[in-house]
Design a protein around this ligand. Structure first.
Ligand code: HEM
Length: 418
């Protein structure tokens, strides 16, 4: 346990969980353990970032809050940052911050766009483009895994799905990076706000084009979609495109970087993956539990709710911490062990209940493609320089990950089999 976490175990109040720096600079595992054991429903004090909020850390309680969208609403925001600022302008329009019958209707429109036929096509593209990206990088021997590989896979996937033209993708990726987290300590809240607005405006223009000339993509499905006999409004369309591009890119990208970092640190697990002694799909689940790229989500209580011995009052902000729930000793045997063969693995990386991640299938396909390509093309992989981490109270993982890789013979073959 680090010096900081030892202090936290006696006095959790020294940590400001709303502050991005707290998560970037400290190892909070001791704090989470203390809260799970001693204060599972913890009242976080007011900070410069906003008012008080509840912190829920045990797996069972996290699932209970996620599941209960009658008493805990997402309509005032589902991230600490928006909740602390008093609400989310996309409420009632964007799936993730809509509840009740409206959420079910919107989810049905989006699920229709994510049909098995479209997902199968996109999955095939993911496997091919991941093999290509990993092989090309591995042949160089030393590279930044975040910039050379992880940056490309999820963004390509979600843009293929949405129908974002190739030429616009690098710009969208840059905007995405500043919208929720920041690699740069000098970036401000207004930079993030400007980036979010630019993404929305981009999709407004693209949706207009697709409404006139629909193609076989998700933007067209939304632009021409309807609920009952009413067409989706421009706000519903752009907020949901925004949600997909943000949800589909950052989390998956960061989980890939954490996966590579963990594999380079746990050589026995890397060998198990390479030698195929662990099933790929089982390994994918452990990597997702280990990475937990979306650390928390949030809700507002609609009525007084007693949790353990604490009363959460109507109107209170409640945050559920996936990163703690995924290390809960009550559910996971040796939770601090990175064990690719772990089964069962009931992680909450994709949430739980009515808002369960819409992109979980794609995220799993991406991670499986990455692990497969690494096992095929990399004989050894090591972190080879200082790692930079995102600064965020929501997202976690490396934004820069220098690695040194020894290529396999397959990586050096002249032609890449399809
Ligand atoms: C919802 C995590 C990838 C789209 C969620 C939620 C979590 C999550 C925890 C629940 C939010 C809540 O309850 O408030 C992740 C992680 C991913 C990932 C860790 C990658 C490793 C994706 C991808 C897409 C996506 C690839 C899109 C293709 C969405 C959407 C929702 C959602 C639209 C809202 C669902 C609803 O409210 O009904 N995600 N996600 N996510 N995710 Fe993901």
């Amino acid at each position: 346990m680090s010096a900081e976490t030892a202090v936290a175990a006696e006095n959790p109040a020294v940590f400001d969980l709303a502050d991005p720096v707290t998560h970037a600079d400290s190892d909070l595992s001791g704090l989470w353990r203390y809260l799970r054991d001693c204060e599972p429903v913890y009242r976080h004090s007011e900070t410069v970032h906003g008012p008080e909020f509840w912190v829920i850390t045990r797996h069972a309680d996290v699932q209970a809050v996620y599941k209960d969208n009658i008493r805990f609403t997402s309509e005032r925001g589902n991230l600490l940052t928006t909740l602390l600022r008093g609400g989310d302008t996309a409420a009632g329009k964007m799936l993730a911050v809509t509840d009740g019958p409206r959420q079910r209707e919107l989810r049905a429109v989006l699920l229709k766009a994510f049909s098995p036929r479209v997902l199968e096509r996109v999955s095939g593209q993911v496997r091919r483009s991941t093999r290509r990206a990993v092989r090309a990088a591995v042949r160089r021997g030393a590279f930044d895994f975040a910039g050379e590989v992880a940056d490309r896979i999820p963004m390509t996937t979600i843009c293929d799905l949405l129908g974002v033209p190739e030429a616009d993708r690098p710009h969208l990726l840059r905007l995405n990076k500043s919208a929720l987290s920041s690699d740069d300590a000098d970036e401000t809240f207004s930079d993030a706000w400007a980036a979010r607005n630019e993404i929305l405006m981009y999709f407004a223009e693209l949706a207009e084009l697709r409404r006139e000339n629909p193609e076989d993509d998700v933007i067209s499905a939304l632009a021409t979609g309807s609920i009952g006999n009413r067409a989706l409004t421009v706000h519903e369309i752009i907020f949901n495109c925004y949600s997909l591009v943000i949800g589909g890119d950052e989390t998956a990208r960061l989980s890939m970087c954490t996966a590579v970092e963990a594999l380079s640190e746990h050589k026995d697990q890397w060998r198990a993956l390479r030698e195929g002694t662990v099933a790929r799909e089982t390994a994918v689940e452990e990597v997702l539990r280990w990475a937990t790229p979306a650390m928390h989500f949030g809700r507002v209580a609609l009525e007084d709710v007693v949790l353990h011995d604490r009363t959460v009052a109507a109107g209170d902000i409640v945050t559920v911490w996936n990163c703690s729930a995924n290390r809960d000793e009550r559910v996971f045997d040796r939770p601090e062990a990175f064990d690719l063969a772990r089964q069962p693995n009931k992680h909450v990386t994709f949430g739980f209940g009515p808002h369960f991640c819409l992109g979980s299938y794609l995220a799993r396909v991406e991670m499986s493609a990455l692990l497969g390509a690494l096992a095929e093309f990399a004989a050894e992989i090591d972190v080879a320089g200082p790692v930079t981490r995102v600064r965020s109270n929501f997202l976690s993982g490396p934004s820069r990950l220098p690695v040194a890789v020894l290529p396999t013979a397959a990586a050096d073959e002249l032609d890449l089999a399809p």
